[in-house]
Design a protein around this ligand. Structure first.
Ligand SMILES: [Zn+2]
Length: 279
């Protein structure tokens, strides 16, 4: 049994937002912002997209912090643990059975499909507009949508490796392994996902590559992240290009210059769906 994901599509928030726009006459404001964003994209050729959890939400990726949908197997009482602990380096090494049980039930995104945001970004890369995607997500959905220049700050659940000998294992390996703790066929050591767990450093070079990409960018789109926590908070300050575009459901406490920057506080899919028609 796998964790159930809701199917991708129009979310309740999207519907509510559309209604609100209709009732309150927000259409013009939204359309003006989209036209402005389209102009910016036309004039820029080194766009960097920096995305957080909000990018995958519209694909139905559940919040790992919710313990809904977890079932008790091997007598593991998930309620004893904080969600952050269940995805920590400490849990992997001190309570590996608990770690893998949680990981298999909560982090399996193999049946999740990219959404309009992922596809539109892949298209912008093909058009030579977008240089890099920097993502905090570990679901591999950007690559699935066709993007090739992706910096994964926290790794991806699509890769696994042996902690001792480094042997690589395919995406399905941990999810389909019947052992409580998956073991390497070469050295019998534990196999782990190639993701950055709580308490671990970012992958070597990932932060540096992100800084380099942002410094070179003429436009930076920051989407689906609150910018409150490291590394998101620090990365944005590296940007010195022309246009900063922020997309987040909640308004961010971040200073923008409305002459050259744009802020969207609606569903990200609404923005990329509109952009898809303009570009
Ligand atoms: Zn090994």
């Amino acid at each position: 049994m796998q964790a159930k994901f809701v199917s991708a599509g129009q979310s309740c928030d999207t519907v509510m937002y559309s209604e609100k726009r209709f009732i309150m006459g927000y259409d013009n404001e939204f359309d003006n912002k989209i036209n402005k964003l389209t102009d910016f994209i036309n004039e820029c050729n080194s766009i960097v997209f920096f995305g957080g959890a909000g990018v995958s939400t519209e694909s139905g990726i559940p919040d790992f912090r919710s313990k809904d949908g977890l079932y008790n197997q091997h007598d593991i009482e998930f309620d004893m643990y904080e969600p952050e602990y269940l995805l920590s380096e400490e849990c992997l090494h001190h309570k590996p059975k608990v770690f893998f049980e949680f990981y298999r039930q909560k982090m399996d995104a193999r049946n999740v499909k990219p959404n309009i945001t992922h596809y539109m970004l892949a298209r912008l890369e093909k058009l030579g507009k977008l240089d890099k995607i920097i993502t905090q997500n570990i679901d591999g959905l950007h690559q699935m949508a066709g993007s090739t220049n992706v910096i994964e700050l926290h790794g991806a659940t699509t890769r696994n490796y042996c902690e001792k000998c480094g042997k690589k294992y395919p995406a399905d390996y941990i999810f389909e392994s019947r052992e409580a703790i998956p073991r390497c066929v070469e050295c019998n050591h534990m196999i782990r996902p190639d993701v950055t767990l709580y308490g671990e450093q970012l992958p070597a070079g990932a932060y540096e590559s992100a800084v380099e990409a942002i410094r070179k960018a003429d436009m930076l789109i920051v989407a689906g992240t609150s910018l409150k926590v490291y590394p998101a908070s620090g990365l944005v300050w590296e940007f010195a290009g022309k246009h900063l575009v922020v997309m987040n459901k909640e308004p961010l406490d971040f200073k923008l210059d409305m002459n050259k920057d744009i802020e969207f506080n609606c569903a990200m899919g609404d923005v990329f769906r509109a952009l898809d028609k303009n570009i």
